[in-house]
Design a protein around this ligand. Structure first.
Ligand code: NAP
Length: 339
């Protein structure tokens, strides 16, 4: 296939206040495709990842990752095929995982690309179940929350990429009870009927504290937080003596325009001596080989199931991102650009 001379890429053109407005904040622009320099590869992207953390990078606030630059292509996970290589060890036709998403074609230093094998797993899996979100679930539950056999585990955002894997890993590792919350009746059904959760509820149906008390009448040992706010407060009320809370994300607050209140019942940390620890996946890449070996085994045997929601076409990437923030996805949200 002859190479086009230009590639379309999404630029951040204004820093969103509250919910991003695609018209005001993002622009799909054309850029010339340049030849790779020595040590570089040119990649035709096939799958782009859209992730909640990207909302943070759209803001200029100081954080653990650099803000996106204005009027430059945004960054994010992507998998694609090498179409031209000037780097040792990379040949035309190879597939790679890299961080130059939000665009159709990327020129990058080969040392920042990770080879992936479409014979071992579908390419999209390297962005989800066997990729960054999968490792987040694995490391967050097993290392940060110090999961132990027999624990009762509660996870929010449970039908999403990270959450659906947290609940299933807990089940496979011998949790005595796994409870999930999600934002629709269909998602709740998926958790109990397909993913083997013992109980699940729709957080939009009523106060989280009441629904969690019903689902976990004896309390919980571990809370894996993807949502923050009311969910975190409810989990603090339900957590038992020496429980553990892994704080992975607080998606309910990412578009907030005012500072959000802390959990009003945080003082319970004293009497219950529970531990609450933040988690960043980047700290846990040493677990990658163990994670891939264990999770790919479960995927192959059918013991761990996963879903993906994909939106087709680079022109729809901003909508895919916003849709994910609103809960339009079940499992990993992806943009597919064609094989
Ligand atoms: P995801 O769960 O696949 O997608 C986001 C989901 O969040 C949506 O589908 C939606 O599902 C839910 N949501 C949106 N607004 C909500 C609200 N106000 N209350 C409750 N749920 C809400 O995304 P993901 O990639 O797996 O990420 C999940 C969480 O993990 C995010 O908080 C993310 O920032 C965090 N994360 C952290 C790290 C790290 O290193 N710390 C790495 C990866 C991800 P519903 O339909 O159920 O509302």
């Amino acid at each position: 296939m002859p190479l086009p001379s230009t590639s379309r890429e999404w630029h951040l053109i204004a820093r969103p206040e509250g919910w991003p407005d695609p018209e005001r904040d993002f622009a799909l622009r054309e850029a010339e495709i340049r030849e790779p320099a020595e040590g570089q590869i040119l990649v035709r992207n096939q799958y782009l990842s859209v992730d909640p953390y990207m909302r943070g990078r759209m803001s200029a606030a100081k954080s653990y990752v650099e803000p996106y630059a204005l009027d430059k292509p945004m960054l994010g996970g992507a998998v694609g095929q090498v179409v031209s290589s000037r780097a040792e060890g990379f040949a035309e036709g190879d597939h790679v995982l890299h961080h130059f998403g939000w665009r159709e074609y990327a020129v990058l230093d080969a040392k920042s690309a990770v080879p992936v094998d479409p014979g071992l797993a579908p390419l999209s899996a390297y962005l989800g179940v066997l990729g960054m979100t999968g490792l987040t679930a694995y490391a967050g539950l097993l290392r940060v929350a110090e999961f132990k056999e027999g624990d009762t585990v509660f996870v929010s955002g449970a039908a999403g990429a990270v959450g659906s894997q947290v609940g299933q890993i807990a089940r496979l590792k011998g949790a005595s009870r796994v409870i999930g919350s999600a934002g629709s009746a269909d998602k709740v059904r998926l958790l109990t009927e397909e993913y083997g959760f013992d109980a699940a509820f729709d957080y939009k149906d009523g106060p989280v504290r009441e629904q969690l008390a019903q689902a976990a009448p004896d309390g919980i040992d571990v809370y894996f937080d993807n949502v923050g706010g009311e969910h975190l407060e409810a989990a603090i009320s339900a957590i038992r003596l020496h429980g553990r809370i892994a704080v992975c994300g607080m998606i309910s607050q990412y578009n907030a325009t005012e500072p959000t209140p802390a959990p009003r019942n945080l003082a319970q940390i004293i009497g219950k001596r529970f531990r609450m620890e933040g988690l960043l996946v980047g700290d846990h890449y040493d677990l990658q080989p163990k994670f891939v070996a264990e999770v790919s085994g479960w995927v192959r045997s059918g013991e761990l199931k996963y879903r993906e929601t994909s939106v087709s076409g680079i022109e729809n990437a901003a909508d895919a991102f916003l849709g994910m923030l609103r809960g339009a996805n079940t499992g990993k949200m992806l943009v597919t650009l064609g094989d």
